[in-house]
Design a protein around this ligand. Structure first.
Ligand code: WTA
Length: 642
């Protein structure tokens, strides 16, 4: 760890911040009282009688006996408190169409959708699958499900029919909500055909509710399919929300595990909404009357659930929702959106930031980004260079950056700086939030001190923790709670620096062992992208007869950089200089693209297959399946160094 830079909050930011250092003290002094105070952010129809019941660990119950309606908390109560005219969603479609939706309109639309689902026979407890583009109806659909107590299972609209089918079947959903198609990269990408193909093999599905978005022709089954415009629009726009138990299931979200079989992560109402609301308030410093917030995630991922729909709306946000890709029609679309809507808070992923670095500084420089006052990062470790670029080029050198570590399983942010309180080091998520217990342990589960690296664990239950894996309680216990008793194993490696700041080192399955030395893929990638010629890098540990594993690096050059003779040599020297000779890649391959999932995660598994000359494994979640052919043919011609 060679990061000495630290950026304390400005006095001006600290003076107006939602969070103060007192929060840490309060949480420390009386954790239960602390969480009960956070739960008071919500409107409970019936107050809870017990804060947490951990007697059946690792199955937790939070806010026992409490009853609430999540959709009421996200919509109706804001209308009742006089904010019906506040814009909730500023929607921008990729073709340029716009729609502002106020809280009063949202209340009417959610009520109509709830009435429509009821007419389709959905009752509390039934599962509803949602396979939709980033349009307001997606948010409305999720809230309508929450309103009637029907857990939703949102499946990312980039997944193919087969993935959709297995998720629908696992959850036994009775209704699927979708759209005819969506606008992506300047063209119409149909969605309904994938639903038709999937549902043909899903006997549980009784109805398919279809939003007309892209206008493409779709097949229509008169028995099963129904247009949103027919059934939702004719419903009464009043619906009385019923209260549900704090532990009533709110949603299932499938995420990949180490096996090919995705896990249905289950979240419930009271604890989840408490922690998403709390973290959204203190980590993003949300001011509901003045901020314009933009989280660029898709609702198909947990970030879209927790930081577009539930946390932000519970906090009465005004937020941007954008349907399309960042390069349509031009590579400055995001900066244009920020300028036009005067976005104040931006929450995005390191992979996006590095892509923008690659595209060039002139693009953000061409737009007025001075409305921004806080920047967030999520999804993978952010390398210090990307952090600094984000701060300087996007944030004008003044915005605090919150690097937020969490998982689908944790439901809400767990490790992050508090803006206005924490001095931030570029590349570190800093520390556990007030109320959260995190530690770094060794193979025996023994807690490590500053200056040491090991496994990241969570040491105490938290309100938005997963309540299990849908239909497979044993897999929940085995996956997360069996390595060390009483500790939740997150699957991530982490280091504590000399000041106790937490540095995430990537998944432990991405940690390489080179001649008995443990080196993180992230560390090497970070070193590579610190080189002025490199825009992006992915590193894998490939089997090696001599050293156990050897490092193979796949790199994308920055615009203007050339793949000349000395490049690989220079990069190896650079890595050796940054980390040590042991971290020098055996091979460095310049590639045009990296294999990424549609959520932007690099699929190292596939790169490992290529690096080890194996037949390529399952590539169905790749955003662009042709990428692997390019890489494989390139590698066949590359010669190992030295
Ligand atoms: C990684 C996304 C470093 C981590 C919210 C975790 C991060 C996995 C960060 C969960 C971060 C997420 N720094 N690594 N700030 N945020 N990760 O379920 O490996 O899609 O275990 O949830 O992403 O991914 P998931």
């Amino acid at each position: 760890m060679r990061e000495d830079r630290s950026f304390p909050p400005s006095a001006a930011f600290a003076a107006q911040a939602n969070a103060t250092g007192q929060l840490y003290e309060d949480a420390q002094a009386d954790p239960k009282r602390f969480w009960s105070d956070q739960a008071a952010r919500l409107d409970w129809q019936t107050p809870f009688t017990e804060i947490v019941d951990w007697t059946d660990a690792p199955f937790a119950k939070w806010f026992v006996g409490g009853r609430l309606n999540v959709a009421y908390n996200c919509v109706d109560r804001h209308v009742e408190s006089g904010h019906g005219d506040q814009v909730a969603l500023i929607f921008e479609g990729e073709p340029g169409d716009r729609r502002d939706i106020t809280y009063a309109q949202l209340q009417r639309e959610v009520s109509q959708a709830a009435n429509a689902l009821t007419e389709l026979g959905v009752v509390a407890g039934d599962r509803v699958a949602i396979y939709m583009p980033m349009i307001p109806e997606a948010v409305v659909a999720m809230l309508a499900c929450a309103r009637i107590g029907a857990p939703h299972s949102v499946v990312f609209a980039g997944f193919a029919a087969h993935a959709l089918e297995s998720r629908i079947n696992d959850a036994q959903a009775s209704v699927v909500i979708t759209a005819d198609g969506q606008h992506r990269r300047g063209s119409v990408m149909p969605l309904k055909p994938a639903v038709d193909e999937a549902v043909a093999k899903c006997p549980s599905v009784k109805s398919v509710l279809v939003v007309r978005r892209a206008g493409n022709d779709v097949a229509f089954d008169a028995e099963r399919d129904v247009w949103w415009d027919d059934i939702v629009t004719r419903q009464p726009d009043i619906h009385t929300p019923e209260s549900f138990d704090a532990e009533h299931p709110l949603f299932i979200l499938y995420t990949s595990g180490t096996t090919g079989n995705p896990k249905g992560i289950l979240h419930t109402c009271g604890g989840y909404l408490t922690q998403t609301s709390y973290t959204h308030n203190v980590v993003f410093d949300l001011k509901p009357d003045t901020d314009v917030y933009w989280c660029t995630a898709d609702i198909g991922w947990i970030t879209g659930h927790s930081y577009i729909v539930y946390g932000p709306l519970a906090n009465r946000v005004t937020q941007v929702i954008y349907e399309g890709t960042p390069d349509t029609p031009t590579q400055d679309r995001w900066w244009d959106i920020i300028e036009r809507h005067k976005v104040t808070i931006l929450y995005t992923a390191p992979t996006a930031i590095r892509t923008f670095m690659k595209w060039g500084d002139h693009l953000p420089a061409g737009k007025d980004l001075t409305s921004l006052r806080l920047l967030g990062s999520v999804g993978e470790p952010i390398n210090p260079e990307a952090w600094m670029w984000y701060r300087d080029v996007i944030g004008g050198g003044t915005c605090p950056i919150v690097d937020t570590w969490w998982q689908t399983e944790t439901g809400a942010i767990m490790i992050a700086p508090l803006p206005g309180v924490t001095a931030c080091k570029p590349g570190s998520a800093m520390g556990a939030l007030p109320g959260i217990g995190a530690a770094v342990v060794d193979d025996h589960g023994t807690q490590l001190g500053n200056g040491h690296g090991g496994y990241l664990v969570l040491t105490q239950p938290w309100p938005s923790m997963l309540r299990g894996i849908w239909g497979d309680p044993q897999r929940y216990v085995d996956t997360y709670w069996s390595r060390w008793s009483h500790l939740y194993f997150a699957g991530d490696g982490a280091k504590l620096d000399d000041d106790g700041a937490i540095w995430l080192m990537g998944r432990v399955d991405d940690v390489m062992n080179i001649s008995g030395h443990r080196i993180s893929t992230t560390e090497v990638e970070s070193a590579l992208v610190a080189h002025p010629m490199i825009a992006e890098a992915a590193v894998v540990g490939a089997n090696d007869d001599t050293t156990g594993q050897a490092i193979v690096a796949f790199v994308i050059l920055r615009a203007g950089a050339e793949d000349g003779d000395g490049l690989a040599q220079a990069l190896r020297a650079h890595v050796a200089h940054e980390i040590g000779p042991i971290a020098k890649p055996r091979q460095i391959l310049v590639v045009p693209e990296l294999p990424k999932t549609r959520s932007g995660k690099i699929m190292r598994r596939l790169l490992r297959d290529v690096a080890e000359n194996r037949a390529m494994g399952d590539a169905t979640t790749l955003a662009d399946p042709t990428v692997m052919n390019l890489i494989a043919s390139g590698l066949a011609h590359a010669t190992p160094e030295d």
